[in-house]
Design a protein around this ligand. Structure first.
Ligand code: ATP
Length: 277
């Protein structure tokens, strides 16, 4: 059991309002070869937590107290140059909408090759072979390396983003709602691909979602966030079988049945506030 990432009492506030915590006292750990899902509704602080790990918080925000420890090193206040070295090489990241992250005027092969050239100094035939290998790993025929992003489907574009994020064989992958923009069948294929890659490469995966259905598919551990705080966390079976917090129970109620027919229930906040008090 190798601990990759430990977040201790992370607090994020707007610089202009240091008294208003957007993320408050968040603590959890991630192990190599395991998936931790952060689950919570829109605005619960999931993305800010992930951005803080990458050192990519916007200039209007600041870290309050707390520590981010990656592979035993405290990177909470690492320099821009140190973080740039870690990003991409040690920590890969994929986002919700691949089209906004891909450059429309460059071929996918070139874009996958960019980080290999930058971080691993690969060139020429070695670079080309590694790009082909990565395309193969994510289920895209290597001969598509010369295609442009708009010549691919949404699912294929997300596969390209995954190829880019794993290009340098990072120890950890952060995936922020990577399947939300995809239809259900493609969503399942991408989840399976990420899960297979995690196992094969023994990566730690921090997976952000608002969907407890996704959590049941891929998580080893789950962190439930509500209004900037962790309300519940632990091994996924424990949380699913014995949810202790009313917000977790409300989220679980929103998961459709296997036949997909159960309507999404709106969360009853009046009841939740009373129950959580
Ligand atoms: N630059 C900012 N300045 C002030 N508030 C911000 C800033 N960025 C985010 N927030 C606020 O912080 C809270 C948490 O945002 P965050 O993006 O982490 O939520 P989330 O759980 O990832 O939601 P979503 O699923 O919609 O991405 C939200 O209320 C958001 O409005």
């Amino acid at each position: 059991m190798t601990e990759l990432l430990r977040i201790e009492n992370l607090t994020i506030t707007p610089k202009a309002e240091p008294g208003r915590a957007l993320v408050s006292q968040v603590s959890f750990a991630l192990e190599a070869g395991k998936t931790t899902c952060i689950v919570g509704e829109s605005g619960s602080g999931k993305s800010l937590t992930a951005l803080a790990v990458m050192g990519l918080l916007s200039d209007q925000l600041q870290l309050g107290q707390g520590n981010i420890v990656f592979k035993g090193f405290n990177i909470t206040h690492a320099s821009h140059a140190e973080l740039q070295r870690i990003r991409g090489k040690e920590i890969g990241m994929i986002f919700q909408e691949p089209m906004t992250s891909l450059n429309p005027v460059l071929t996918i092969g070139y874009q996958i090759g960019e980080s290999l050239a930058q971080h691993l100094k690969l060139t020429g035939a070695a670079l080309k072979a590694r790009v082909a290998d990565l395309l193969q790993q994510v289920g895209i025929p290597p001969e598509r390396a010369g295609s442009y992003p708009d010549e691919l489907s949404g699912g294929q574009r997300q596969r390209v983003m995954i190829a880019m994020s794993i290009a340098c064989e990072p120890a950890m992958l952060i995936a922020d709602e990577p399947t939300t923009a995809l239809d259900v069948t493609v969503q399942a294929q991408i989840l399976k691909l990420l899960d297979d890659l995690k196992t094969r490469m023994h990566m730690g995966m921090l997976f952000i979602t608002h969907d407890f259905g996704v959590v049941t598919d891929i998580a080893d551990n789950v962190v439930v966030m509500f209004r900037g705080e962790i309300v519940e966390s632990g091994p996924v079976q424990d949380v699913l079988l014995n949810p202790r917090h009313p917000y977790t129970r409300a989220l679980l109620d929103c998961v459709p049945d296997a036949d997909g027919k159960k309507p999404l229930k709106p969360i009853d906040y009046a009841w939740l506030n009373a129950g959580a008090a």
